[in-house]
Design a protein around this ligand. Structure first.
Ligand code: SF4
Length: 421
């Protein structure tokens, strides 16, 4: 199996991202041209056939999501592209926004056609200011050339897209929170139901997909869903953009077919560990992801293997840690991040992160107790099962997996007095 492929990344650094002419020459908008003669049902059927699952982290089947969105009645529907890429160590959506922005617009247009929407938004994180401006420029070019606006490609279909700037909150990556912030409210998640597919932005039926998900859509309608589904494994169809960072020789964004091993990702694609050090662990999926020790890198990067080993794929980030990294120090930085980003709406996450941070200070200083060790595990579980949204539920994923794989590292930080108790 090839270790890297070029389906959604094929235009990266090959065409000028703001040149429609170069995008068209590279096969751009062939997907939309193939999709528009189809019925909405046929478009959705093709997406279902491709087997694609949402690349934002939840891995919900995209075809099913579109089918549900299309079934909601209503004269006004919204499509939102979630480009609030805030997961630490994740920068693959930035590559798509930077190097192939027309593809995102094309994917959104096909989605809007499928679900019956005429209004679209791209919610781009505040830190990507330059890319917000690029996207506004791209949208103008698309309108001037009949790829957006009224009568797209000479049909009766109309679709417009606006760029919306996030304000820097990690929690706004959660779809209902993102919508709250677009409505001018505090960035806090909504109670569900009602689901956003029924009552999303301004109470209108809303479809939200991630940047990478939308970028795959034109590929599916260019090479065909069957061809796309040939990549990957039976339950993980297609390809995935991953971001590799940390103590790795060749950090960056790569497109891989699902099914290659973590070992192949780190050593063949990433070039191995910097400075002749040994691999200690990986953190998969960003700050909210699991710690995977070096002994488990035979696992394949796909939903089925990850499920078997209780690993979440999350955003596609892979953080590489060498033998010099102390697990407790690493976890302290993860917990501080969540303490900073918790929106404060629910007690398990708000207070849990605060207390964990205090206890981690004791671990880092080497004067924690056995009781502290028991407490962080208990708090970790309470937060996982009782927090209101994904932020709190996943804030202790790293901690709980580290306790499982590196229990001794905690004991070395428990002081001598407490060890004897
Ligand atoms: S888990 Fe609770 S406090 Fe944490 S971000 Fe979600 S709603 Fe806010």
């Amino acid at each position: 199996m090839k270790k890297t492929v070029s389906l959604i990344s094929k235009n990266f650094k090959k065409i000028h991202p703001e040149s429609l002419k170069e995008y068209l020459k590279a096969g751009g908008y062939d997907g939309l041209k193939n999709a528009l003669p189809l019925t909405s049902l046929e478009v959705i059927t093709a997406v279902k056939k491709s087997g694609i699952k949402g690349r934002g982290g939840a891995a919900y089947p995209t075809g099913l999501k579109w089918e549900q969105a299309a079934a909601i009645p209503g004269p006004r529907k919204i499509v939102i592209c979630n480009a609030d890429e805030g997961e630490p160590g994740t920068f693959k959506d930035r590559y798509l926004l930077e190097y192939d922005p027309f593809k995102i617009i094309e994917g959104m247009t096909i989605a809007a056609y499928a679900v019956g929407a005429n209004e679209g938004y791209i919610y781009i994180r505040e830190e990507y200011k330059k890319l917000q401006n690029r996207m506004r420029k791209i949208i103008d070019i698309a309108i001037q050339n009949g790829f957006l606006g009224n009568n797209i490609l000479g049909t009766n279909f109309k679709f417009n897209i606006k760029v919306f700037s996030g304000a820097g909150a990690y929690v706004c990556g959660e779809n209902s929170t993102l919508i709250e912030s677009m409505e001018g409210k505090s960035g806090r998640p909504r109670i569900k139901p009602p689901y956003i597919k029924e009552r999303g932005l301004f109470n209108l039926p809303t479809l939200v997909n991630n940047v990478e998900t939308f970028s795959i859509i034109p590929v599916i309608f260019t090479i065909g869903p069957e061809e796309y589904a040939k990549y990957g494994t039976p339950n993980s169809r297609g390809t995935k953009l991953i971001s590799i960072a940390g103590n790795i020789k060749k950090p960056g964004t790569y497109e891989i077919p699902f099914g290659i091993t973590l070992n192949e990702i780190v050593f063949d694609i990433g070039g191995g560990i910097r400075n002749n050090k040994k691999l200690k662990f990986l953190q998969i999926g960003g700050a909210s992801g699991s710690i995977v020790p070096a002994s488990m890198t035979h696992i394949r990067y796909c939903y089925e293997d990850f499920k078997e080993h209780n690993i979440t794929m999350g955003s596609g980030a892979i953080l590489v840690a060498d033998e010099t990294i102390k697990v407790v120090d690493f976890l302290k930085s993860v917990q501080d991040f969540f303490l900073h980003e918790s929106c404060g709406k629910c007690t398990p996450c708000r207070e849990g992160n605060r207390q964990l941070s205090k206890i981690f200070n004791r671990f880092v200083k080497g004067n924690a107790s056995i009781e502290d060790f028991k407490t962080i595990e208990r708090f970790g579980k309470v937060m996982k099962y009782c927090s209101f949204c994904g932020l709190g539920q996943s804030a202790t994923t790293a901690l709980l997996s580290a306790i499982k794989h590196f229990p001794d590292e905690f004991y070395t930080h428990i002081d001598k007095v407490h060890k004897t108790i």
